[in-house]
Design a protein around this ligand. Sequence first.
Ligand SMILES: [Zn+2]
Length: 398
Amino acid sequence: MVSFLVKQRGAVIISWFVLLLLPTYSICQNDLEPFEIDENVVLNMDSTTSSVLKVWKSYLINKENIDSVKKYWSEEERTFFSDKWVDARYRYLDYSSIRDIHNFYKPYILGVKEKEKNEYVIRNLYYHYFEKTKRMFFSYAYNIYVIKEKNKFSLQSALYNNIKKAESKKSGTVTGYKFGKLSKYTLHNLDTLDKININLAKLYGCIPIDIKVILAESTELMMQATGYDYERSMYYANQSNAFSEPVNRLVFIAGTDENFLHELCHLYTHHLYSPNLYDRTYHNFIDEGLSTLFGGSVGIPLIKHLKKIYNFDVKYPIDFNNLASLRGGIDNVTFYNCCIGGLLCKVMYDREGMQGVSKLLKGGTSDEALYRTIETVIGIKRSELNKFIHDELKKYAD
Ligand SMILES: [Zn+2]
């Protein structure tokens, strides 16, 4: 949850990146093709490169048909992750600070290279061109692997390709994959992470799920392990970061493990309240709120965030009537969705325990559904929402 700082600093990095690529770039896209290919790749196209690109192209054209994904993806990886959502990472490409921008899916092929025998990497650039301002925005450079498996070319995620070669260790329900030194990790003992997982499952009232944790020294190494050659947060000065991929039960933590519990909560929330990748029953404020209630946000406990919001609100009153429309937070650390969402979850947790929170989690995904849930579950009408949140925040005054 460091998106704002990342975005601001990212702009500096992007400017030279744009200059480097402009000579070979064409802003005219052929809408029928799922990607564009750099002219140098076209000039050096041989039959292997053509076959490697063909499997990527076929996947991109057919990715909407979820059942067809299997045809293009390596069997080895489908056995390792869930068969169904093995391509989740390439479906959304939203693991970065710019996850709110979704229309960047059409890649520009920068190169195809043989990495090892029968193993090729395709380097993709994702960009967007803003017609109105005539400006280009580069979101990331991201890799996909193509491997020869049973005499057939198949896709393999860069993450899987990297973690199968990484140092790993298992303790009970947790398997850790290490990238770089982990000097700032306080919980790096996997037994501790296993205990946290078992305790959290108890809190959610279910059997512990087996999880995989990517433990990286820095955001840069974490994003590299995931497949990025370029992504804004890789160059952000603060190299602590975390995210999760609930559908494949993956937690990614970089620089420090203080965000582990927050991300783990997302896995359980998804596990119990999302029948599949697309259908979930909860609003983002409740998802982030619950993770913040149990695991803090940006390594800071919910109570501290609420004290900060209270003090800020005294000087610069916030209008909570349109709660769901509030974006960002009071600064780059204390976000409305995590903290006011956390406050709503805390109200219900204090009142009825996890059963109460569960009612919030079943409320629906839309903003209207959130207001309706607050009214039916917490008992606060939309017209009283601003006063209710201000009254609750007063409890956190020093
Ligand atoms: Zn979160």
